[in-house]
Design a protein around this ligand. Sequence first.
Ligand SMILES: [Zn+2]
Length: 74
Amino acid sequence: MMKNRSLNRPAAATAPVMIRQERTADVHCLICTHRVQAQVLVDRRGARVKSGEKCSRCGSSLEAGYVLSLKPAA
Ligand SMILES: [Zn+2]
């Protein structure tokens, strides 16, 4: 009797990314040129700073800033 079933099923490697995901990321503030943390929205096209996010250093809007690096979801 051949029983070849493995319990180790491969995980779905290509799980679709959620349409919109809110994450914390490092964002480059164009005004004070510092790296601050802000909430960003991630979708298939990339990451954008969430509307209304403010720089924690200078208080400027970060919507025009660059998202530098995403952190793993907490
Ligand atoms: Zn700033």
